[in-house]
Design a protein around this ligand. Structure first.
Ligand SMILES: [Fe+2]
Length: 200
């Protein structure tokens, strides 16, 4: 399986494609987020019961306020990287309850040893999808993309790494071959305004 070279971390492809950005300044407090995540197990809601386990874990922001700087980090990075794809009046949003949206568009994935995530995409009306890695034990699985016009490839999962990709891209994560849980936050980003208006 080919891995993308380290030198191409910042910008892998051009246009609306896959981008990798590492939180090298450690602006995100991953330990605080994990602490709240584990402490609020009773508040979890789930979707996607696949292969005898719940794939997606949802927590409202009021139960995990430490997630706010991470959501800002994702949005700031995405708007900067994809600004050429946005019209002057457009911006990006990760919908969630505090913004008045019914459904949160961010969720946790906690893969226990032996668990994997099958091929899927986040198809719909989202402009982008992404993942941020909170806890990645050695050997717990990288993200693999399967694209129609390109060969399958993987991007190494790494704590503090953000990967942004078009929502329609198929991807999966192989088995967690470590002895610890692997934790990531996934999300969908939408364009605002949701209905495009002509600006002259
Ligand atoms: Fe996904």
């Amino acid at each position: 399986m080919p891995y993308l070279p380290q030198s191409e971390k910042e910008k892998i492809f051009s246009g609306k494609d896959i981008h990798v950005h590492v939180d090298s300044e450690h602006s995100i407090d991953r330990e605080a987020i994990k602490k709240e995540f584990f402490a609020n197990e009773k508040k979890y809601t789930f979707t996607h019961f696949i292969c005898q386990r719940w794939e997606n874990i949802y927590l409202n922001i009021s139960h995990i306020p430490t997630i706010k700087p991470l959501l800002h980090f994702v949005l700031d990075t995405a708007i900067e990287i994809y600004r050429r794809e946005l019209k002057p009046h457009e911006t990006l949003v990760i919908p969630h309850d505090l913004l008045g949206y019914e459904k949160n568009e961010f969720w946790f994935n906690a893969a226990q040893p032996g668990e994997s995530t099958g091929v899927h995409n986040h198809n719909g009306k989202a402009f982008l999808s992404g993942v941020f890695y909170l806890q990645v034990p050695k050997g717990s699985g990288n993200i693999h993309f399967k694209l129609e016009d390109r060969k399958e490839f993987a991007i190494e999962a790494e704590e503090g790494k953000l990967i942004l990709f078009p929502a329609e891209f198929d991807h999966y994560v192989p088995e967690n071959c470590s002895n610890e849980v692997r934790i990531s936050l996934a999300f969908n980003l939408y364009k605002l305004p949701l209905v495009s208006v002509e600006v002259k």
